[in-house]
Design a protein around this ligand. Sequence first.
Ligand SMILES: Cc1cc2nc3c(=O)[nH]c(=O)nc-3n(C[C@H](O)[C@H](O)[C@H](O)COP(=O)(O)O)c2cc1C
Length: 256
Amino acid sequence: MEKRDVDKSAENSQLMQNIEFSQEDKDGLYKTIFNRRDVRGQFKPDPIPAEVLARILTAAHHAPSVGFMQPWNFMVIKSHQVKKSIHQAFSEANEEAAQMFEDEKQKTYRSLKLEGILEAPINLCITCDKNKAGPVVIGRTHIKTMDLYSSVCAVQNLWLAARAEGVGLGWVSIIKQQALHSILGIPKGVVPVAYLCLGYVSDFYKKPELETANWRERLPLAEQVYFDQWQDTRERGQDELIHQLYEHEGFVNQYK
Ligand SMILES: Cc1cc2nc3c(=O)[nH]c(=O)nc-3n(C[C@H](O)[C@H](O)[C@H](O)COP(=O)(O)O)c2cc1C
């Protein structure tokens, strides 16, 4: 080996690692994913200890981001006054939303609880600061919304970490963006991406509440998979992956 190769290999051994995940590790991950729920109505008032919130936020902060931009900020909202203003903004938007649905659907809509703003001990607004890494960001040069997607990745990390910690989380999106800007003092150029309610819960639903309420069903996965061209689906007998998707229909239930 040449000296340059030896140096490179020594350098690599400092920089690289190859951590393996045991079956138990993998099970923990799938268990978290399949038992995560959007929570609206089961919040308990018990405070989330700062150390638990710190772990959850650390998970969010380790999400991938375009150009390692880390465009997020985490606005922790504990003030009852602020929560009340947000709840008012939700109620106004929710009334408008209800009117967008017809007859029976509107009746069902009105029966759904779609937020837990006042009950959840912590509300959290995750933002995207479009100017955090200067005007030209590696990876965001052509699709400008990549920064928003990065903040959404942080939301998902946070959601899964919260579930693993036994903390429920509900996403509230029925609010005018302008209301979030003015109530939370968020400047132009920063987008409020997710308004979230967090807290310990009495129970987690087994299935999405919208599924239980017959609002919408989970779609068959095999029909959502296309090959090479838009809408080019395969039957079970045509492709091993599709065959395996059917074989794995019980996979989720192993973790329930
Ligand atoms: C971007 C986004 C916005 C959402 N907004 C709301 C909302 O305003 N109110 C609500 O009750 N649920 C909201 N949800 C939760 C979804 O309704 C929920 O994820 C879906 O019904 C599946 O249920 P599950 O999360 O329990 O699996 C939102 C979820 C996402 C990803």
